[in-house]
Design a protein around this ligand. Structure first.
Ligand code: 2PG
Ligand code: MG
Length: 435
């Protein structure tokens, strides 16, 4: 164990996968341990998540982060100097107190999350242990290799709203290893590309590297995904299943949903019926944000109708917040939660939400953001917590592949760490098919 006292902490400006500025924080301990982490950025954000501090103005679209960097260097660093990096909760609480606002808008969610994750890395380095191992031992967890959720077509706010639905993904709960998941996913991704090219609809990729959704309807994306799974030599609903992020807050509010592509407006009940039809007709096992974040009654009704056969994830709806999750559990809204560290703002609050989810019997999916970097902290977080599932975006582009490849490295270095294929999805449509 190296001396884990914080000797220096500073931020620099780096760039994310959309070419936008973001914050990297580097922490050094007296014993020479180094921890480094970069803040990601969402495009479809919940209204109650931690707020990034952006400079505004006309330069760089108002997205520069000089204020957030100054917040780390001038305000956070003096408060954390001399603390022990192994006291994650203490460091996070100190930043929350220093910020003093409900959505971390004073120091910036980007400043705080990069610092919180850098401290986590520094603690692992001080203990001379892998990050996933440090997480597992700190929080008393049994590590597992997560089941990936991988995007084939983008959509919504990540694809110029070409279709309303944001993520058309596959999961391979029938795979026997992570290698097999990736092999099958690579085949499905390539098959989807071939189909798009044959149809003359191959025009590039969306924000997370999934194929651009050159479709005439949301449902055409679903049927094309089924075709791609078949072209890859798989039987849809057998080893390979579909997962959707509707991201309904992007096109719905006050109980009204505007499907731009199909030029029609649905109320909450009609939206539930539309999605219910998709669940009947396609091998979908997981559906995220099916209703808008303010449509609590819709979310409850959808969960009552379909919660026994499909995973229903709250993302914009729950924003990695333990209190919101407990409220949702009380009324029976959703049965799973997305864990995004930058929505909560700190590692400690994210783990609190994870624990609240587990107590409530909710599944957990650790997730990247649409604006990402080479930072692989979430691969370790998903493994170390034994979260069960990991959502990173597509199966192309290095800000995505960095996370998938890190899972392979973790697996090689952790022979006792099992892969959790299918396990989190036992209550689902896939499970009911008798697989
Ligand atoms: C989501 C994420 C990732 P964003 O909605 O789950 O797909 O998107 O980071 O833009 O919120
Ligand atoms: Mg989402």
């Amino acid at each position: 164990m190296r001396d884990s006292t914080i000797a220096s902490l500073s931020a620099r400006r780096v760039w994310d996968s959309r070419g936008c500025p973001t914050v990297e924080v580097e922490v050094r301990t007296a014993g020479g341990a180094i921890g480094r982490a970069i803040a990601p950025a969402g495009a479809s954000r919940g209204s109650r998540e931690a707020l990034d501090l952006r400079d505004g103005g006309s330069k760089l679209g108002g997205k520069d982060v000089k204020g957030a960097i100054a917040a780390v260097n001038d305000k956070i660093a003096p408060v954390l100097f001399g603390r022990d990096v192994c006291d994650q909760a203490g460091a996070d609480a100190a930043m929350i107190a220093l910020d003093g606002t409900p959505f971390k808008s004073a120091l910036g969610g980007n400043a705080i999350v990069a610092t919180s994750l850098a401290i986590l890395h520094a603690a692992a380095a001080a203990k001379e242990t892998a990050l996933w191992q440090h997480i597992a031992s700190s929080y008393g967890r049994t590590p597992t290799i997560p089941l990936p959720e991988i995007q084939i077509f983008g959509g919504g706010a990540h694809a110029g709203r070409r279709v309303d639905v944001q993520d058309f993904m596959i999961m391979v709960p029938g795979a026997s290893s992570l290698d097999e998941v990736f092999e099958i996913t690579a085949e499905v991704y390539a098959a989807a590309g071939k189909i798009m090219a044959q149809k003359g609809k191959s025009v590039g990729v969306a924000d997370e590297g999934g194929w651009w959704p050159m479709f005439d309807s949301n449902e055409e994306a679903l049927s094309t995904l089924v075709d791609a799974i078949e072209l890859a030599g798989e039987t849809p609903g057998d080893r390979v299943v579909i997962s959707l992020d509707i991201a309904a807050s992007e096109f719905g509010s006050a109980g009204k949903y505007r499907l731009a592509l199909e030029d029609r407006e649905l109320d909450s009940d009609q939206m539930i019926a539309l999605l219910g039809g998709w669940l009947d007709n396609y091998p979908i096992v997981s559906i995220e944000d099916p209703l808008a974040e303010g449509d609590t009654e819709g979310m409850r009704a959808f969960t009552e109708a379909y919660g026994d056969r499909v995973q229903i994830i709250g993302d914009d709806y729950l924003v990695t917040n333990a209190a919101f999750l407990k409220e949702a559990a009380q009324i029976g809204a959703c049965n799973a939660v997305l864990i995004k560290v930058n929505q909560a703002g700190t590692v400690t609050e994210s783990v609190d939400t994870f624990k609240a989810a587990e107590t409530a019997g909710y599944h957990c999916v650790v997730s990247a953001r649409s604006g990402e970097t080479e930072d692989t902290s979430i691969s370790h977080l998903a493994t170390g917590l034994g979260a069960g599932q990991l959502k990173v975006g597509s199966f192309t582009r290095s800000e995505r592949m960095a996370k998938w490849n890190e899972c392979l490295r973790i697996q090689d270095n952790a022979p006792s760490c099992v892969f959790v294929a299918g396990q989190p999805l036992v209550k689902t449509w896939w499970g009911k098919k008798g697989n």
